[in-house]
Each structure stands twice: as C-alpha cells, then as structure tokens.
Write a protein that binds this ligand. Structure first.
Ligand SMILES: Nc1ncnc2c1ncn2[C@@H]1O[C@H](COP(=O)(O)OP(=O)(O)OP(=O)(O)O)[C@@H](O)[C@H]1O
Ligand SMILES: [Mg+2]
Length: 595
C-alpha cells in the first residue's frame, strides 16, 4: 500500500478537480436517497386518502381525482430529482474519472521520460516486454485505483452513512436485521473478485502467448513454408488456442457466480425487510410507506457494498503494479552528467590504459587500451570478431563508463564533460543498423540535432550522395518519400548501412565514429564512400572500425586489437613491414579477394 503514496503528488496537482469531484459524489447521494422518501410519502398519502374516503364516504370521482393528483405530483418530483441526479452523476464522472485519465497521462509521460534517461546497461538487464508492460498494463491498473476505486469508496462511505442514519432514526430493529446480510455480501464479493482477477490474468497471459506465437509464425513464414511445417504449426496453434479457451471458460464460470450471489443476499435482505417490517407495522411502530422506503434502501446499498469487495481487489492490484513502476522510476541512470550544455568538442580523443568489463556478463572486453587521436586525424581500429572493437565505440559515446583507466576528450575527462555535448559532437554509426518505420528522407533528417539548424532537402540529398546511396534512393518510385520498415519496403543490408551513414553525416559532427558500417558494402562502393569522407572530413576526427583491411588501410593510424589488447599500432606501410598480425590478416584477405 505504501507504494501508492508515490501518486500523492499527482493528487495534489489536480486537487481542485479532486475536491470538486468529492463534492459531486456527496450531492449525488442526497439526490439518490430523496426519491425513496418520496415513495414512502406518496404511499402514506395514498393510504391516508383511502382511509379518509372510507370514513367520510365522499364521491368516488373525487377520490380518483384526488389520488391521481397526489400520485402525479410525487411522480413528477421523483422524475425531476432523477434528472438532477443524472446531471450531478455526469459531473461526478467528468471530474473524478477525467482526473484519473489526466494522472494516467502524466504518469505515462514521467515513466517514458525516465526510461530515456536510463543507460544501455539497464536495457540489457530488462526485457522490452517488461518495459512495455509497466508503462501500459501497470499504469492502467493504477488508474483504476485513482479513478473508479476512489470514487466508489467515497460514494460508498457517504451513501452508507446517510442510509444508516435514516434507517436507525426510523426503526432500530428493522435497520439491524436489514443490514445483517450485507457484510457477508461484501466479503464474498471480495473473494469472488480476487478469484476473477487471478483468472482474468491467466487469460491475459495466455492471450499474449497466443499473439506472440502468431506473430513469430508470420514473421518466420518463409522458413515455415520452406520446411513444410504448416501442419505442425497448426497443431501447436490449436494447443495454445485450446488453453486460451479453457482459461476463458474458467473465468466465465467465476463470473457467472457473481450476480446470483449478489441477488441472493439482496433478496435475503428484502425478505427480512418485509417480514420484520410487517411485524413492526402491525405493532404500529412504522408505516407501510417505511417498508417500501427500506426496500429501496436495501437495493441502493447492494451495488456499493458489492463494490467494496471489488474495490479492495482493485487497490491491491494497483499497489502491486505501482511497486513495479516505482522499481524502474527509482532506478538511477548509471551514466551521470552534471552538465547539459550543448558544447562542441574539438575532436581530440585519448584512451589511457582503459580496461572494461561488461557488468552483466563479467566478460573482460578491453585491457589496458591506450591511443590518442588529434583533431582532424583518422584512426582505424582493426581486429577479428569479438576483439573488442565495438566496445571501444560504446565507451566513446559513453554508453558505458570504463572500468578502469581514463578517457579524455580535448584533454578533459569524459565524465566531466556534458553528455549532451559529447553525443552531439559525435556522428555515430552503430554496427547493428536501426532505422525507424518512416520515410528514407526522415530517417536521414533524424541525424540533425533537434532543430539546432534547420535542414533543407538539399542537405538530405547531399548526405545521401556522400554516403553513396543517392542513386539507389532515386530508383524507388517515391524517392526520398519511400517508406521503410514494417509497412514499407525492405532495404538490403548494404543500403541500410549507407542510409545510416547518411544520417550520421547530416549531423556534420566534429567526430565521426563508424562501427563496421561498411561490412555489407562491396569494396568498390566502400572506396567511394571513404573518398567522400576524406573530402568531407577536413578538420574532423574519424574513427573507422572494421575487420577488413581495405577499410582501414588509408587511415592516418591503425591499431590492431586482439582479445581486448592493442597488439600493433602504425600506418598501413609500417604494419605491413612489421609482418605481424596485420600483415597476416592482409595476406589472408588479399587471397580471399583474388579467389
Ligand atoms: N552488451 C554486452 N554484454 C556483455 N558482453 C558483451 C556485450 N557486448 C559485447 N560483449 C562481449 O565483449 C567482447 C567484445 O565484443 P565486441 O562487440 O566489442 O567485439 P567486436 O570486436 O566489435 O566484434 P565484431 O567484429 O563481431 O563486431 C565479446 O567477447 C562479447 O561477447
Ligand atoms: Mg563489433
């Protein structure tokens, strides 16, 4: 329950709406109760008119008109109050439920904003499904507490107090017997709703398993068909779908107990009203109208009392969800920056005895790596797969902090410079290309720092030309407006890499960091891109990561990584002359090319 205190600040934010809502709830209840009293009054009035008639023996027509007049007046009053109540109820929901939606909106935004601050290591620890669930599923459960649960609780408290005061002021004995079954109703509803919730969670879970299954089957449809696995896939689907059916049936069974149970207990109360009330009328303690009034009260109490059990279950679920939400909200980002200025770096990079161990796997990815690049220089990092090249890139853009050693930009420790400034100054092309489901043009324009300078169509085209993807794009029907991703076309591996290079180039950064992003491009196109880069990168620092000698050979300096250690450093000619690891790789790749 303590977890829900996290929400108090939102209640405070919407306090006027909240207080107004409570006011509407209270007023609404007065209007709800009043008709019951009118029913009593009208019944009593009718009985009185009838008995007066028996005493005086007046005209029959006069009686009928007197009766219809009485009944009509009461009828109109009841209808009038009903309409008023309807209006107040509308206002009640407009304040309370709307407040809950507003808080839901704020909460979602706050969670999303926090998610974005968390570092890469956090995303490696937690799976995407979990992240999505906490921002959607869990937030909507919390909303059920903020809106309906609080509204019904206040409603119940007010209504209950009012009705109990009235009932006891009319007749204590009758009131006592009538209220007797209600606690049983509340407790049993609590158990039924708890059961209902757990069953509906089962159904929900099975539902998501079913959709995951279907999704996977369809995305792998090519494999499925080529291995002729349709029948097997169908029988697996039938099994999952059968589980879903079974779980739904169980839920229906519990659901169908809900109303009969409620009606049984209400019926019991009504019976008691008629029986005990009848005796009281005979004893002359109450009027016949009182019985009618009580029956209405009993029926009015049913829903709120049942809701009490329901509300308890909702609050419990909300509290559990809020615990999950808080867990992420209170996670501190590992990468801290105390400065958010968008400074521009000059482009000098230095690694001093940097070692790095991946926190989640304990793998020693880098050991004592040292190198220095001056502004305007190009540095290439060559190494076999798993040698730690991407790790160097990760550390440069501060996706992680080094375990030991120092990383310096322009002579300053990376931890001391603004994270925003650092990332703005680096045009990073990651190894695993990710493009958004948007047009090609927008994907390239994405690289431009949020409106730092407005980019023109020309800039986009120039970046595409520099990345040697322009001609490819112009061959598409819609050119730069071509959609990519799920609803659009699928780009080839090499095309994707080049779009993502264009995205980094349009940023016009001081430092270019290319992580193996030419691997799927043929050597000729690679040559072209590298030439463009050379022309462009006047005064820019370029870091080229690759496992191909052809990519790195023109760099001002090359370092060869193996097993996380720097094995050799020098220019292409130096390294060839040394006849070490670099030479070995060069010979092997030359052979492959010739074959
Ligand atoms: N996020 C991670 N968590 C844990 N271990 C990792 C992670 N990323 C890489 N590693 C490990 O660190 C080592 C170096 O990996 P890295 O990605 O830097 O190699 P690489 O030189 O870029 O290889 P490739 O040429 O295949 O891209 C490998 O042993 C790898 O298994
Ligand atoms: Mg890599």
């Amino acid at each position: 329950m303590k977890s829900l205190a996290q929400l108090n600040k939102y209640f405070l934010k919407y306090k006027w709406r909240f207080l107004l809502g409570i006011l509407f709830v209270i007023v609404q209840n007065f209007f709800a109760i009043y008709p019951a009293q009118l029913v009593r009054k009208s019944l009593d009035a009718v009985i009185k008119t009838l008995s007066d008639y028996q005493v005086t023996g007046a005209d029959h027509n006069a009686l009928v008109s007197a009766l219809s007049k009485t009944v009509l007046i009461f009828l109109l009053m009841i209808i009038g109050i009903g309409i008023l109540r309807g209006i107040i109820m509308f206002m009640m929901r407009q304040t309370m439920i709307v407040m809950s939606r507003l808080i839901e909106y704020d909460l979602k935004n706050d969670i999303y904003a926090h998610y974005q601050k968390l570092s890469l290591a956090f995303y490696r620890r937690n799976n995407t499904g979990d992240l999505v669930n906490r921002i959607s599923e869990d937030v909507s459960r919390v909303r059920m507490y903020i809106g309906p649960a609080i509204m019904y609780t206040i409603n119940l408290l007010v209504l209950f107090t009012l009705i109990i005061i009235i009932m006891f002021s009319v007749n204590t004995t009758l009131a006592f017997y009538v209220l007797l079954p209600l606690p049983f109703l509340s407790v049993s509803i609590y158990f039924v709703s708890a059961k209902m919730n757990s069953k509906s969670e089962d159904v929900q879970e099975q539902q998501s398993r079913l959709s995951t299954f279907v999704q996977e089957a369809f995305s792998g449809i090519r494999v499925l068909k080529s291995f002729v696995k349709e029948t097997q896939s169908l029988s697996e689907f039938e099994k999952e779908s059968g589980d879903y059916k079974m779980k739904s049936m169980e839920l229906v069974k519990i659901n169908s107990m809900f109303f009969p149970l409620m009606l049984l207990l209400v019926g019991l109360s009504t019976l008691l009203v008629v029986y005990i009330g009848g005796k009281e009328v005979i004893a002359g303690n109450i009027t016949t109208g009182n019985i009618a009034e009580f029956i209405i009260y009993v029926n009015m109490l049913t829903w709120p009392v049942a809701a009490l059990g329901w509300v308890t279950a909702i609050v419990q679920r909300a509290a559990a969800s809020q615990v999950r939400i808080n867990e992420f909200l209170h996670t501190e980002p590992e990468i801290q920056s105390n400065d958010e200025n968008r400074i521009e770096l000059k482009g000098e990079i230095e690694f001093r005895n940097v070692s790095f161990v991946y926190p989640e796997s304990g793998i020693h990815a880098l050991e004592n790596v040292s190198f220095k690049v001056k502004p305007g220089e190009s540095l290439a990092i060559l190494g076999k797969t798993g040698s730690g090249k991407s790790t160097v890139a990760n550390l440069m853009v501060r996706m992680y902090d080094a375990t030991s050693g120092e990383i310096l930009f322009d002579g300053k420790q990376v931890e001391s410079i603004s994270l925003t400034g650092l990332r703005f100054s680096v045009g990073y092309v990651p190894q695993d290309v990710f493009l958004f489901s948007d047009t090609i043009g927008n994907n390239i324009a994405f690289g431009n720092g949020q409106g730092l300078n407005v980019i023109s169509e020309n800039d986009i085209h120039q970046a595409a030309k520099d990345a040697v993807i322009y001609d490819n794009i112009m061959e598409f029907d819609k050119k730069f407006e071509t959609l990519i991703g799920e609803r659009g076309i699928t780009l080839s591996g090499g095309q994707k890499q080049r779009v993502s290079i264009a995205r980094a180039l349009i940023k016009n950064p001081k430092i270019l960091l290319f992580d193996d992003c030419l691997s799927a491009v043929d050597t000729q196109t690679e040559e072209q891109i590298l030439n463009n880069l050379k022309r462009q990168s006047e005064g820019k620092t370029a870091i080229l990561i690759s496992h191909r000698v052809s990519t790195v050979k023109h760099a001002d300096r090359i370092i060869v990584l193996d097993g996380g250690k720097v094995m050799e450093t020098g220019t292409h000619d130096d390294l060839i002359g040394r006849k070490g690891l670099y030479y070995e790789l060069y010979e092997k790749q030359l052979m492959e090319e010739l074959m």
